[in-house]
Design a binder for this molecule. Sequence first.
Ligand SMILES: NC(=O)c1ccc[n+]([C@@H]2O[C@H](COP(=O)([O-])OP(=O)(O)OC[C@H]3O[C@@H](n4cnc5c(N)ncnc54)[C@H](O)[C@@H]3O)[C@@H](O)[C@H]2O)c1
Length: 246
Amino acid sequence: MRLRDRVAVITGSGRGIGAATAIRLAEEGAKIVVNDINEENANKVVDEIKSKGSDAVGVIVDITKMDNAKKLIDTGVEKFGQIDILVNNAGLNRDMLIKDMTEKDWDDVVDLDLKATFFCCKFASQYMVERKYGKIINISSRAWLGNPGQANYSAAKAGVIGLTKALCMELGRYNITVNAVAPGMIETDLLKSHPKYDQMVERALKNTPMRRVGQPREVANVILFLATDESSYVTGNIIYPSGGRF
Ligand SMILES: NC(=O)c1ccc[n+]([C@@H]2O[C@H](COP(=O)([O-])OP(=O)(O)OC[C@H]3O[C@@H](n4cnc5c(N)ncnc54)[C@H](O)[C@@H]3O)[C@@H](O)[C@H]2O)c1
C-alpha cells in the first residue's frame, strides 16, 4: 500500500491508460478523483475502485475549459482534503496530413493535450506548494519526437515535454516532482479506433525491439513509480514505456 493516505487526480480516467492508472494507484491505497467527459465510463471506474476497498469520486467535466479544470481540482480538495498526485492523461488525436488539417483539428488536439494540462498543473500546484508535497505526471507520447500525419499531436505532446521541464525547475524547491511519460503504442480504444490501426501497428512494430504493442497497465506501472516516494529525487524526466521504440 505505497499510496496510503494519498489523493490522486487523474484526467480522462474513464477508460484506457487513465482507467488502468486509476485502478493501479487505488490498489496501492490512493483515493482517486476520476475525471472524464463520459459519465458512464467514469462511474464504472469509480465503482471498481470502491469494490477494491479504496475511495473515489467522479468529476464529469471537460477540462479544456479553465473553470472546469479549477472545479476538478477544487472538488478533489473538498472531497478528500488535499491533492498529492496529478496525472494529466486526457488526450486525443486527429491524424491527417497538414494540407488537410483545419484550424479546428489543430485546436481540438492542442486544447486537450496541452492547454488542459497547463490548467490542471496551474490549479493543483497551488495546493501542492502550500503543503510542500506533490507529484505531477504528464502523459506525453513518443510521437513528440515527430510522426508524419501527426503535426497537431506531435506539437502538443512536445509542448507537454517543455511544460514538464519548466515546471520541474519552478516547483522543485517546494518538493514537487514533475515528470513526463511518453508511451509507444498502447492497446486502448483510442488506438483501436484509429482508421489505419492495422497499418500503423504493422509499421510501428518493425521499429519496436519488443515486437508487440503495450498494455495500459504497463504504462500505469510507470506512472505508479513516479507517483510514489520511490521516485522522490526524480524530476524533469521522460520515461518511455515503448518496448524500446524511440
Ligand atoms: N494509446 C496509445 O497508444 C498512446 C500512446 C502514447 C500516448 N498516449 C496518450 O495517453 C493518454 C491516454 O490515451 P488512451 O489511449 O488511454 O486514450 P482513450 O481515448 O482511451 O482515453 C482518453 C479518455 O479521455 C477522455 N476525454 C476526452 N476528452 C476529454 C475532456 N475534454 N475532458 C476530460 N476527459 C476527456 C475520453 O472520454 C477518454 O475516456 C492520451 O494523452 C494519449 O495521447 C496514448
